[in-house]
Write a protein that binds this ligand. Structure first.
Ligand code: BES
Ligand code: ZN
Ligand code: ZN
Length: 487
């Protein structure tokens, strides 16, 4: 989607659809809607009085005139209005534009006059909502779907010249962020017979070439990543570790779990919804696309990424419950369940990142079904050993609209992993608190390095779309990670 910022009045703009807005509970159209109402000879007022326009969040009413089409999009209640409501409104308008085959859409920056919100952030949110709301996974259908119709131009209109530069800045950021997120979604929605470790490694290499980022692809076995290798050896697909960016002392390392299919290994998962385990590389996809965005935004110098990629399959040569394996750090693990594989591959990625000089580590991983049970598909579980870093991520998440909820890392959870034959077990059977237990396992490898862990098992994939997110992959936590790096 091309995005243009124009200093003009709505009535001067040429577009297939012109979008204005309306708050719930307000009696009369305000601002741009009032201008359009005048142009439409009071049609908006009439629809409000008839109760056809209520202004509830995401409601879209199309009004035709001889001269063109207008959309009145509801913003919900004024006192509940914030950046995420802007995204929802932006997405609603774009979806409706697609439906009526409007190729160019002109919009005002919703709520830029509400006052409490920062104009640049609102402009960013309008673009994010529009680009995210327009997303559809293409897939491999032989007949091209009707949804080939796309909005290819979004024109943001502002009549006050003084506001243009802030809007331009916000819009650019919003576009980079949302496009990164949509690409991450494509990777997560893709089937595991296509999105293999090799595919993702090549994808990361190609991306790096395009944007000018350093990319290395490592063989986990040759690197001594024994914990990761233990997981990978049951699969025919060769495992890879992708390292993006410059490893330097003092930098931030992003780590993303990249299990391209998690069958559970010998601790085989039940077949119900097993296909969803193609999404077990959502952390990897998010980190790859965050790195691309970091380059595009000029903030890549202080960050590098370590992305362990493998399948987790049952096989004659696979890891077995009860096996004891070493790791890059030398710490040993007794494998209670081969389905707790994410923490094994992350353990080696964490050690590698530390060896390469990382002083802050942020990992994201579809780590535990327990996180989905606890927080549903609404919030990501956030854990770590550095409250300041955790708070920083909370603030970034709040601004990005991706909800996070901190879960505890109590000392007692260490008892859950106590082991008589190795340094730790990889999980417990039936003691609960699996998100915290998983993070406790990782903590042992992290040590004192400043660290935050995002468990995205619930939030990476939606079985039902909502707001600006379609059913399927969400791209979480791309927006939070970029916001975190960008402050
Ligand atoms: N990839 C799964 C976690 C998962 C579950 C992600 C549902 C997305 C949706 C992970 O590897 C796993 O299997 N975790 C186990 C851990 C257990 C054995 C301690 C789980 O959550 O059951
Ligand atoms: Zn698993
Ligand atoms: Zn997994």
């Amino acid at each position: 989607m091309r995005i243009k910022i124009k200093c003009a009045s709505l009535t001067q703009v040429k577009a297939d659809l012109i979008v204005v807005n309306f708050f719930k509970g307000v009696k009369k159209p305000e601002g741009a809607a009032a201008v359009v109402d005048k142009l439409l000879k009071g049609q908006i007022v009439k629809l409000i009085n008839d109760g056809e326009i209520e202004g509830s969040l995401g409601e879209v009413t199309i009004i035709h005139t001889g001269g063109g089409k207008f959309a009145v999009v509801g913003l919900g209640e004024k006192d509940k209005f914030g950046l995420d409501q802007v995204r929802v409104a932006g997405a609603a308008a774009i979806k409706e534009a697609k439906r009526i085959k409007a190729k160019s859409v002109a919009t005002i920056v919703h709520g830029s006059d509400v006052g409490k919100l920062d104009l640049e952030a609102v402009a960013q949110a309008v673009v994010e909502g529009s680009v995210l709301g327009g997303y559809e996974f293409k897939g491999e259908k032989s007949e091209s779907p009707k949804s080939e119709i796309r909005v290819n131009e979004l024109i943001i209109i502002e009549k006050d010249n003084k506001k243009i530069s802030a809007i331009k800045k916000g819009a650019k950021l919003g576009q980079i962020v949302a496009e990164a997120e949509n690409r991450a979604k494509d990777l997560v929605n893709g089937p595991s017979n296509k999105i293999t470790p090799t595919y993702l490694a090549n994808y990361a290499r190609q991306m790096s070439k395009e944007v000018g980022l350093k990319c290395r692809i490592l063989d986990p076995k040759a690197e001594g990543m024994e914990a990761m290798w233990a997981v990978a050896k049951g699969s025919k697909e060769p495992a890879k570790v992708v390292v993006l960016g410059n490893q330097k002392r003092g930098t931030i390392a992003l780590i993303g779990k990249g299990v391209t299919f998690d069958a559970g290994g010998i601790s085989l998962k039940p077949s119900n919804k097993l296909w969803e385990m193609k999404t077990d590389m959502a952390g990897a996809a998010a980190v790859i696309e965050t790195m691309r965005a970091a380059v595009e935004l000029g903030i890549a110098k202080d960050v590098f990424a370590v992305i362990p990629l493998t399948e987790n399959m049952p096989d004659g040569g696979a890891l077995k419950p009860g096996d004891v394996v070493s790791s890059l750090s030398g710490l040993t693990t007794e494998v209670i369940s081969t389905d707790a594989e994410g923490r094994m591959i992350l353990a080696d990625a964490i050690t590698y990142a530390k060896e390469q000089g990382a002083e802050t580590i942020v990992d994201c991983a579809t780590l535990t079904g327990g996180c989905l049970s606890a927080l549903g598909d609404v919030a990501t579980g956030l854990m770590g050993n550095d409250q300041e870093l955790i708070d920083k991520i909370k603030r970034a998440a709040e601004k990005s609209g991706e909800k996070v909820w901190q879960l505890p890392l109590y000392e007692e959870y260490k008892d859950y992993l106590k082991c008589s034959v190795a340094d730790q077990k990889n999980c417990t059977e039936g003691r609960g608190a699996s998100p915290s237990t998983g993070a406790t396992f990782l903590h042992k490898f992290v040590g004192d390095t400043s660290w935050a862990h995002l468990d995205i098992a619930g939030t990476a994939y939606l079985s039902k779309g909502r707001g600006y997110l379609a059913e399927g992959a969400t791209g979480v936590p791309v927006r939070t990670l970029i916001e975190f790096l960008n402050v």
